[in-house]
Design a protein around this ligand. Structure first.
Ligand SMILES: Nc1nc2c(ncn2[C@@H]2O[C@H](COP(=O)(O)OP(=O)(O)OP(=O)(O)O)[C@@H](O)[C@H]2O)c(=O)[nH]1
Ligand SMILES: [Mg+2]
Ligand SMILES: [Zn+2]
Length: 224
């Protein structure tokens, strides 16, 4: 195995991003907003999960969504059609969101009238995990067609996550996804990472996701 050495030119960039994100998080805390950053590879089901969440929880919580995409506003249109406020960020080529990009849209959000801020990061299994956002929790989605080897190959995002959702569980009979291989690999990276099996299509597992969210919304950062 050839081990490549990484030259940390990124370090100062990440440090200033961390500082900005922490300042933004204090604004969320002051207003009692709980922030969730959803990360995954393209097509794992981030927007689908947000759609289901909007449908189920919008009558109970004031939800604001920020969509991160390289181009276009397709996901924002999908989320807005569910009747929640959504702002699009186009990164124009960048493969992740960072705190500076968030600072361009946060002033447009009335934090005092928001309970839950959901940020959909750019579909990418790598660098979104390196750039902190104002959000409090990282939720990672891995969908079954992507394969059960992903924790071993892309450990960083798993290690930075507070919840792992295995989406497209309805496709399990049709794809080669070894759930226990995946779970064992995750245990080596982050032993206590909670895992929820879910299908944004059939609704299986959604109650567990909503219960997790409700616990976070009832926590110290919440208004109640
Ligand atoms: N069978 C099945 N399909 C799903 C499920 N969740 C999402 N999909 C489908 O997967 C495709 C991608 O879903 P999206 O929600 O757009 O994925 P995304 O992660 O937001 O994608 P990007 O924003 O492009 O990174 C769509 O065709 C969804 O209908 C699921 O649980 N089961
Ligand atoms: Mg999406
Ligand atoms: Zn990137």
């Amino acid at each position: 195995v050839v081990q490549l050495k990484r030259i940390r030119v990124l370090k100062p960039i990440l440090a200033s991003n961390d500082a900005l994100a922490a300042a933004q998080r204090r604004e969320l805390d002051k207003a009692g907003v709980v922030g969730i950053n959803i990360m995954s590879a393209p097509g794992s089901g981030k927007t689908s999960l947000i759609e289901r969440t909007a449908e189920a929880l919008k009558s109970q919580y004031r939800i604001q969504v920020i969509e991160g995409d390289i181009k276009g506003d397709l996901d924002t249109c999908r989320v807005a059609a569910k009747g929640v406020d959504c702002i699009q960020i186009n990164t124009q080529g960048d493969c992740h969101l960072d705190a500076l990009m968030l600072s361009s849209v946060l002033p447009r959000i009335n934090l005092k009238k928001t309970d839950l801020l959901i940020v959909e990061n750019v579909g990418n299994l790598v660098c979104p995990a390196e750039f902190k956002l104002p959000t409090h929790y990282n939720v990672m989605i891995l969908s079954t067609p992507e394969g059960s080897d992903k924790p071993t190959k892309y450990p960083l995002m798993f290690s930075k996550s507070d919840l792992l959702i295995i989406n497209k569980i309805d496709l399990l009979p049709y794809v080669s996804f070894d759930y226990w291989q995946m779970a064992r690999a995750v245990k080596l990276i982050k032993p206590r990472l909670p895992i929820i099996r879910l299908s944004a299509k059939t609704g299986e597992g959604l109650p567990l996701w909503f219960a997790w969210l409700r616990r976070k919304l009832a926590g110290p950062a919440s208004k109640s």
